[in-house]
Design a protein. Structure first.
Length: 333
């Protein structure tokens, strides 16, 4: 599987790599492309790797597509897993610059193999920024509508009767902690004034539960955020999630597992309620707290998130930070 991923990724990037003969820097976004660039670069060219993974690529691949039911710790010593971790460490050691969005984003690599910590000391940090596309509708559709893949049907309407709407936005891949959220939902009282909207995983993966509403794939993310009260991020590992940046832009409170890049949102001043672990009781307590927040506190937390986005997380901020890194590199620092 990993060999096939390497072959396909390098084939897709070959045209770009072939046109880079006059470039000072070859930017890569995964270790497969980085290795190819290191192999084919001209004399004097630098290879930079912009790191987007939440774990070493073999851990992500094995966990997501081979044994998703396993605890990630259980397969770290498999010989083939060790071989690919060693390979990725070698690529990290040979690129000229490693770029992560924030120091916290390297945590999962350090936890999985302490050798990544030594290499991460050479890392530069360029904080991400983003803006959601403009909403194509002014508000969400009726929550009671059936979920339709790729459509807006099933979006929650703005809160009514005091019911809070929390949004899980992502995939069902193991690192996202979706299973932990489902386990927590089983501990919640059906009478709790909370609906958990599930956007991303197919409805077939969402069990019947009075507090869960499966939306399937939702293309209109801006309208989705306009229809909910807070974001739920229960990642086991976290880089610096785009969806969380978009939630901050939308002025939403954030219920976050205190791991990786999620901790950076708290450090940056977003309106966060942090979960110390992913035990079902811990997540259930966090959800209950969010459902119990009065309107003033909900608005205050949302305002903190929006202010955080305006101060630090817009696309303009990200562009300026990239330019600063390029200037520093040009100056030899």
């Amino acid at each position: 599987m990993l060999r096939d991923m390497a072959t396909d990724t390098c084939a897709e990037s070959q045209a770009s790599l072939a046109s880079s003969s006059n470039a000072d820097v070859i930017f890569t976004h995964d270790p497969f492309s980085a290795e190819a660039a290191l192999r084919e670069r001209a004399r004097g060219q630098q290879v930079w790797m912009m790191c987007h993974g939440v774990t070493p690529i073999v851990v992500y691949a094995v966990w997501s597509w081979a044994i998703p039911e396993a605890d990630w710790r259980s397969f770290l010593e498999y010989p083939d897993v060790r071989t690919w971790i060693d390979w990725e460490l070698d690529v990290w050691s040979r690129v000229d610059r490693l770029v992560f969005p924030c120091p916290e984003a390297t945590d999962s690599f350090r936890v999985i193999d302490s050798r990544f910590g030594t290499l991460a000391a050479r890392t530069q940090f360029v904080l991400s920024g983003a803006a959601a596309p403009a909403a194509s509708v002014s508000s969400g559709a009726d929550l009671s509508g059936p979920p339709v893949e790729g459509k807006r049907a099933g979006l929650p309407r703005p809160r009514s009767s005091g019911t809070r709407i929390g949004l899980y936005l992502g995939s069902a891949e193991p690192y996202r902690g979706f299973d932990a959220l489902l386990a927590a939902a089983e501990m919640l009282s059906p009478s709790l004034n909370l609906t958990i909207a599930i956007a991303g995983p197919p409805p077939s993966k969402v069990p019947e539960h009075p507090l869960l509403r499966a939306l399937g794939r939702v293309d209109d993310v801006a309208a989705l955020f306009a229809s909910v009260d807070f974001l739920i991020n229960v990642n086991r590992f976290s880089l610096f999630d785009l969806s969380t940046i978009e939630a901050a832009e939308a002025g939403k409170p954030l219920l976050l597992h205190a791991v990786g890049g999620n901790r950076a949102f708290e450090r940056l001043g977003a309106g966060c309620v942090m979960l110390p672990d992913l035990e079902p009781a811990t997540i259930a307590a966090g959800l209950t707290r969010m459902a119990s927040l009065d309107e003033a506190m909900l608005v205050a937390l949302g305002g903190q998130s929006r202010e955080c986005w305006e101060r630090q997380l817009t696309p303009r901020h990200m562009w300026e930070r990239h330019l600063a890194l390029y200037d520093a590199a040009s100056a030899g620092t």
